[in-house]
Write a protein that binds this ligand. Sequence first.
Ligand SMILES: NC(=O)c1ccc[n+]([C@@H]2O[C@H](COP(=O)([O-])OP(=O)(O)OC[C@H]3O[C@@H](n4cnc5c(N)ncnc54)[C@H](O)[C@@H]3O)[C@@H](O)[C@H]2O)c1
Length: 433
Amino acid sequence: MVQENDLKTNLTVCLVGLGYVGLPLALEFAKNGVKVIGFDVKEKRINELKQNIDESGEISSEDLASGPIEYTTNAEDIRRANFVVAAIPTPVDDANEPDLTLVEKASATIGKNLAKGAIVVYESTVYPGVTEDICVPIIEKESGLKCGVDWFVGYSPERVNPGDKEHTTSKIIKIVSGMDEPTLKRISEVYQIVCKAGVHEAPSIKVAEAAKVFENIQRDVNIALMNELALICHRLDIQTSDVLAAAGTKWNFLKFRPGLVGGHCVGVDPFYLVAKAESLGYHPQVITAGRRINDYMPEYVAEEVEKDLVKAGKKIEGAKILVMGLTFKENIRDMRNSKITVTIAKLKELGANIIGYDPNLTTEEIKDEFGLESVSEIGSGYDAVIIGAPHNQFKGLDQEILKSIQGKPVIFDINGIYKEELIKNSEIIYQSL
Ligand SMILES: NC(=O)c1ccc[n+]([C@@H]2O[C@H](COP(=O)([O-])OP(=O)(O)OC[C@H]3O[C@@H](n4cnc5c(N)ncnc54)[C@H](O)[C@@H]3O)[C@@H](O)[C@H]2O)c1
């Protein structure tokens, strides 16, 4: 094993894509004394990062200032790196098919600017085969360099969890893989500079690619199961959380909860494996059933609010409804694929007037992303209140929410954060999942 100092002296890492995944990794390398180039196509992002501003709110300015990164939008700077890491978005299209356009474009950029001898590691979540079957040929074509001879490839999936300050890059085990043994060893050594908890060497790139989608599919399917049980509990007129608290006393009962599955990972990645499996002639059933249930939940919330309004002697048409917590989960600023948008759209379709409230977002962001007028504090005069992402700022607001509702209160508290306080009051029409 090469001494860490020798390794660092001869290493220049270039992060291609400085989002939720790329930026923290770039910073960890920089903090550990590695020369780091941070390349992104978004000029605004690069200009902000040069001023130590991370608009996602994930990394503080002080933290950013502590690791010197050379930020650039000039793709030619990639050529100065001998270790290139691509952390590019992998969304799905309108038909929930994998959309690899951005990864393909980034691969072309890397190919045009690749130094001979460099290692390229992909971090984007993909289906097994994307790195070797799609990305490698693009880089070979654009660079004119042969993979395995002139440059080398690997894959290392990311496990960052937005808003989670506990499971950060340095504290969690990272999976690494490489096209051959020497490449794997080199990738392993480089990642160990930042992954203090260690790395897991997967036997192949495809295994590492599959491991990442497996992780997220397992979570998606388990949440879907909880959502299905919540739908049954509703019909039984019992609280799901009471059942889970009771069942959870068994040593091997897994602690999942019902909820909306949004964001760009758990609700998206299963479609990647489904597409690959279907191309191989196998039609996944459990995975797709889970997706269907989870995708139905935001609509279910809207349907229930409509019914509850009727029970309260109100009408959905013209009802004024406050939706609190718009981000895809709690305590973050990430709005991508937030499933509360589906609830909002459905309620709007039924004629309701929706007002947004999210202390983590600006008025402009709420307008642009959700098409909603918003309030900077709870306010009053609502017919119903829906509590989405349970931000920390919402703790203890149960009575304020109650007072904000005119007539019989209708509250759909998706994650049940006010269950203890509100459920006992028979004057309130209260639901959680
Ligand atoms: N965010 C997470 O929690 C998370 C966790 C694990 C894995 N992932 C996966 O990691 C990948 C990246 O996700 P993310 O959340 O960091 O995305 P992101 O949208 O936050 O950031 C991606 C960045 O890549 C940049 N970019 C796009 N095309 C580019 C190009 N051609 N060249 C250079 N930069 C380019 C964008 O401008 C953006 O700044 C995805 O595959 C995602 O599924 C994300």
